[in-house]
Design a protein around this ligand. Structure first.
Ligand code: TYD
Length: 205
C-alpha cells in the first residue's frame, strides 16, 4: 500500500527540511518512497516553474499565474504522482492544491471556487491521504536569503500575511494535520512521524 503525503505552508516554514527528514526515515524503514515538489517535478512542470517564478515577468496576470500552477500540477499528477502510487510507491510532495488556494485564491483575492475548479480539472480530483499544514504567526520569509527571492516571494508583507492566515484558519478535514512550526526541527519532525505512525503509514505495508 502506498500513500500520498503533501507538505503545505508559507514560504520558509521548513517544508523542505522536514520533507527530507521524513523521506530518509521512510527509506530507512524500507518503504519505497519518492520525494517531489510543486511547481515542478517533471520536465514540463519544471519549465512552467521557470516562467511562473521569473522575476522579470512582472506583467503576469493573476489568472495566467493560477492556470500555470494548475498546468504544472496536471502534468506532475498524471506523469509522476499517480503512476508512482499505482506502483506501490509512497509520494512525498512539497505543496499541492492548497498552495494555489492560499496564494492564487486567498492572497491574490481570486475566488476560491474558481481556483478549486481549475485544480479539480488539473488533478482529476486526486486528493492526498495526508496533508501536513505548517502553521506559524510569524513571518518566515526572513529566514531566506533575499537574493534568492522569486516572483512570489517578492510580494509584500501583506500578501505573505494573507498566505499565513489562510493556512492558520483552515478548518480540520479528515486528511489535514496542523503542525506548529514554532518549535525545533526535531520537534516538528517528531510531530509528523507520530501522525504517520498513527495513520499506519509505517507499519501496514
Ligand atoms: P516553492 O518551490 O515551494 O518555494 P519555496 O521552496 O521557496 O517555499 O514555491 C515557489 C513559490 O510558488 C512559493 O512562493 C509558493 C508559490 N506557489 C503558489 O503561489 N501556488 C502554488 O500552487 C504553488 C505550488 C506554489
Amino acid at each position: 500500500m502506498s500513500a500520498f503525503i503533501t507538505f503545505e505552508g508559507p514560504d520558509g516554514s521548513g517544508k523542505s527540511t522536514i520533507c527530507n527528514l521524513v523521506y530518509d526515515e521512510l527509506l530507512k524503514n524500507n518503504i519505497r518512497t519518492i520525494k517531489t515538489r510543486e511547481p515542478g517535478g517533471t520536465r514540463i512542470s519544471e519549465k512552467i516553474r521557470e516562467i511562473i517564478l521569473d522575476k522579470d515577468l512582472k506583467e503576469m496576470d493573476m489568472r495566467t499565474e493560477a492556470l500555470l500552477y494548475s498546468a504544472s500540477r496536471a502534468q506532475h499528477t498524471y506523469e509522476k504522482i499517480i503512476p508512482a502510487l499505482e506502483d506501490g510507491t509512497t509520494v512525498l510532495c512539497e505543496r499541492y492544491v492548497l498552495s494555489s488556494l492560499a496564494y492564487q485564491g486567498h492572497a491574490r483575492g481570486q475566488k476560491l471556487e474558481d481556483i478549486r475548479a481549475i485544480n479539480d480539472f488539473a488533478t482529476g480530483g486526486k486528493k492526498p491521504d495526508i496533508v501536513f499544514i505548517f502553521r506559524t504567526n510569524n513571518s518566515t520569509l526572513a529566514r531566506k536569503d533575499q537574493a534568492c527571492y522569486d516572483r512570489l516571494e517578492c510580494e509584500g508583507d501583506d500578501f505573505h500575511k494573507k498566505v499565513r492566515d489562510y493556512y492558520n484558519n483552515l478548518e480540520k478535514e479528515e486528511n489535514y494535520y496542523f503542525i506548529d512550526v514554532n518549535q525545533t526541527i526535531e520537534e516538528v519532525f517528531g510531530d509528523c512521524m507520530k501522525i504517520l505512525k498513527e495513520r499506519k503509514i509505517l507499519w501496514n505495508l
